[in-house]
Design a protein around this ligand. Structure first.
Ligand code: HEM
Ligand code: FES
Length: 783
């Protein structure tokens, strides 16, 4: 449905200016894109991240006059909003996005409808005690108990249509199974299930949709009935409070903590909880199967290797999640992404757009089941309100995919146009028609197919298990002790795009060692990754293995690419400094600078020319922009002289041995903070030595948990042990992926990521390596 924009922009223009300072179509600062934004139209419904590409690229935070909301589209801005639940209140999360008319309101009132705060829309300080009180049934341990039921349901539903050759998976399975699981999880008695099934969709339309005036009354009747029915079920549950179920758990907790778990809360949660658990998962499962069947190679891969399913689930949730957007209310004047937002503004945070943000996800639009940071997606929200049911949803999706890949690997999408219930947030196709040739059903030839089972991974980060198989295309000695390795996908398909500064993690055969290498080839060559590996004198085994054992034609495992050393493309001048094999990312950066027309210079040092990789190629390409310093030829770089004059707008990128980086840091002390960006190859960190370490206490303020970090474990491991998802890549203070926000604490920063200013500010730390300074110091994290 299209809605015409109001004749006049309703905002107070004195409150803000667009970053560009330009006026929009009507002379007001709302741009064409912002004025035309319609989250109920077909563009958004079919593909929200694509629909908002213009905003991510040009106007990441904009005011939508149609909606009366500020719309936020980039990953970092949205994550920062989720992180700060005091400045950005969740109180409007379940508010009707389209206010209903008087008639519908009267209908709702006639049912005594009083949906109030649940968890998801509750502010602090009330929210966290309630979340903690109700958390236990969501722990991985407690969830295991539901696995046999989910498996049984998946089996029974597929049994019903496996011999038909055609099915609408939404109507025939994916709507009902998650609903049944949700009801079991909540503890709803079986005889009430059918009635509840009828009501739940009305709640979505009522909350996140734009029902027409004539529909509003019918929706209001359904919602009113849903509300009353939820109350009756709750009464029934109270009569049998020892039964299993999250609601019964809540009823028992109410006795212990009556002021935390109130009557109003239980009634609201009975209704909202069902939608939270059901539609989200039903839609996510339908989106996932649709996406996988639209990418037959990925589908075939998971059919052949079901251990890829957990990460494929994360990638589906990232690429095409079932919650496309969420809401927050700004409680004070704030600036988001450079845009001033007045207190009281409503924010529509488009998580599905954040999940396609190139700044966070390499080749973000690519559907890549091997993506190693897929689980960074914001589909489950983040921070203190992050979805409590995420691991139940993951378990269901993993089991459904396992059942389908085993029993219907030959299933294909039927010809169809997908339709969606128009709303801002909950997203999944209303129907999903698939077809297959029943004579090829594997279980007809081999009934043992039915018995195979892949263990479900609950609550575990999928990262450790994700890798990509590659074929070594060629190896070539390009300088003394430097081997150029070219890698391709075994089937020659295009690889995820990469940007200069990206690295991959190469698994070194069966040595158990994995090493990071910067990509140094041509990003335009879409089917090849190229690295250059120096055989290190004191090799810990990685470079020795690559030089000694890697041969063309071999298969290897790798992870990535990832980029923690991004080139700032807005710099006015680039000073690119490399020492030895540190030339690999610098070579890629120089090529990019050349392509973009950014003035640049390269300073490349080495001990002997014969050991310096790529110098002749670089000279041919960059001519006088390349300065080579060869120690054996008596020419050394003088960084003090090079950087004596501060050059406004210039940025220095450096990669090389620690000594060189220290010299550079020294030489640019008088430059603006953060002028120097560095990539380290090696870390001075060794393994944790328990004899030299001490344990310490860490408080997770938003989760309300206090943990003891032992002297033989990292903070990262302690956090993961408490079921907090934290990314990690290098685990030795190099990459910045395990950063956690610090509120208080005296910290021994051991990483090589934070700048001097950041360390002094002490608002973040790298959880894989940094610790509390003393046994007595207590760290408080905003997690
Ligand atoms: C909260 C998404 C499945 C229970 C949320 C939030 C989102 C979300 C976006 C708000 C996060 C925030 O404000 O930071 C999803 C998706 C699911 C899913 C995409 C499926 C793929 C489930 C399931 C359950 C559940 C199966 C229950 C069994 C909850 C609860 C909260 C919540 C209780 C409120 C947590 C709080 O505010 O402290 N979910 N959800 N969700 N979800 Fe889910
Ligand atoms: Fe790389 Fe911590 S995991 S810095």
């Amino acid at each position: 449905m299209t809605v015409s924009p109001p004749a006049r922009c309703p905002i107070d223009h004195s409150q803000f200016t667009r970053p560009s300072g330009q006026s929009g179509p009507t002379g007001c600062p709302v741009s064409h894109g912002a004025a035309g934004f319609d989250p109920f139209g077909d563009g958004y419904q079919q593909d929200p991240p694509e629909y908002l590409r213009w905003a991510r690229e040009q106007e990441p935070v904009f005011y939508s006059p149609q909606l009366g909301y500020w719309v936020v589209t980039r990953f970092d801005d949205i994550k920062a909003i989720f992180r700060d639940n005091l400045t950005f209140s969740p109180s409007i999360a379940l508010e009707k996005i389209t206010p209903t008319g008087d008639e519908a309101n009267a209908v709702l009132a006639s049912y005594g409808f009083a949906l109030n705060r649940t968890l998801v829309n509750e502010d602090e300080p009330a929210h966290m005690p309630r979340r903690r009180a109700l958390m236990q049934p969501f722990t991985p341990e407690a969830l295991k108990h539901h696995e046999p039921m989910v498996r049984r349901l998946a089996r029974e539903y597929v049994d019903r249509f496996i011999d038909d050759g055609r099915a609408d998976l939404v109507d025939q399975m994916l709507w009902e199974v998650p609903l049944t699981v949700a009801m079991h999880f909540l503890g709803v008695p079986a005889d009430d299930m059918d009635t509840l099934r009828r009501y739940s969709i009305a709640h979505t339309v009522n909350t996140w949709g734009r029902p027409r005036a004539e529909e509003q009354v019918a929706v209001a009747h359904a919602v009113g009935n849903f509300w009353q029915h939820a109350g009756r079920i709750l009464d029934k549950m109270r009569a049998d409070p020892d039964a299993e179920g999250w609601m019964q758990y809540g009823i028992r907790k109410q006795k212990e903590l009556p002021e935390v778990v109130t009557d109003s809360y239980l009634h609201s949660m009975m209704m909202a909880g069902l939608v939270a658990a059901h539609e989200t998962t039903a839609n996510a499962s339908a989106n996932a199967i649709k996406l996988l069947l639209q990418h037959p190679k990925a589908w075939q891969e998971i059919c052949a290797d079901p251990s890829l399913i957990p990460n494929a689930v994360e990638e589906c949730l990232r690429h095409n999640g079932s919650v496309a957007a969420w809401r927050r209310l700004a409680t004070k004047d704030v600036v988001i992404g450079g845009q001033a937002i007045p207190a009281g503004s409503k924010l529509l945070i488009i998580t599905s757009s954040a999940n396609h943000d190139e700044q966070h996800f390499v080749d973000a639009d690519l559907f890549d089941i091997h993506r190693d940071n897929a689980s960074d997606h914001l589909t489950f929200g983040y921070g203190s309100h992050q979805c409590m049911g995420k691991n139940l949803a993951r378990m269901e999706m993993q089991i459904f995919l396992e059942e389908f890949t085993r029993r219907l690997p030959h299933m294909q999408l039927a010809e169809q146009r997908f339709t969606y219930v128009p709303n801002t947030s909950f997203r999944g196709p209303e129907h999903l028609w698939v077809q297959w040739d029943v004579s090829r059903n594997p279980e007809r030839a081999n009934p043992a197919v039915l018995a195979a089972q892949q263990p479900v991974r609950i609550g575990e980060s999928s990262q450790g298990g994700v890798s990509r198989t590659m074929r070594v295309e060629s190896t070539e000695l390009i300088a003394q002790d430097v081997l150029r390795v070219r890698l391709k996908a075994p089937d020659g398909r295009d690889l995820p795009r990469w940007t200069p500064g990206s690295h991959i993690d190469l698994h070194c055969g069966d040595t158990g060692i994995s090493r990071q290498y910067s990509l140094c080839g041509d990003p335009q060559q879409a089917d090849t990754y190229e690295i250059a590996v120096l055989r290190e004198e004191h090799s810990r085994g990685g470079s020795d293995w690559i030089h000694g054992s890697l041969r063309a034609g071999m298969k290897v495992q790798m992870r990535g690419p990832r980029n923690h050393f991004k080139l700032g493309e807005s710099a006015q001048h680039l000073i690119l400094v490399a020492g030895g094999i540190g030339i690999t990312p610098i070579a890629a950066m120089a090529a990019r600078a050349q392509a973009l027309g950014i003035p640049y210079e390269i300073h490349y040092s080495g001990s002997q020319r014969a050991r310096m990789a790529l110098w002749n190629e670089l000279q041919a390409r960059h001519g006088e922009r390349l300065q080579i310093y060869v120690g054996a030829e008596g020419r050394r770089a003088d960084y003090q002289a090079l950087l004596a004059q501060v050059r406004p707008g210039a940025q220095i990128y450096a990669c090389g041995p620690q000594r060189m980086l220290d010299g550079l840091a020294q030489a640019c002390q008088h430059w603006p903070e953060d002028s120097l960006r560095v990539e380290h190859f090696s870390s001075t960190l060794g393994a944790l030595d328990p004899d030299k370490e001490h344990g310490f206490e860490v408080e997770l303020r938003e989760s309300g948990i206090t943990l003891q970090v032992r002297n033989d474990e990292t903070l990262l491991d302690a956090l993961r042990g408490a079921n907090i998802d934290i990314e990690s890549d290098c685990r030795e203070g190099l990459c910045g992926s395990c950063e956690v926000p610090v509120l208080e604490g005296d910290i021994d920063h051991r990483d090589m990521v934070l700048t001097r200013t950041e360390r002094a500010a002490c608002t973040k730390m790298m959880s894989c390596c940094s610790r509390a300074k003393t046994r007595e110091s207590r760290i408080v994290l905003a997690l």
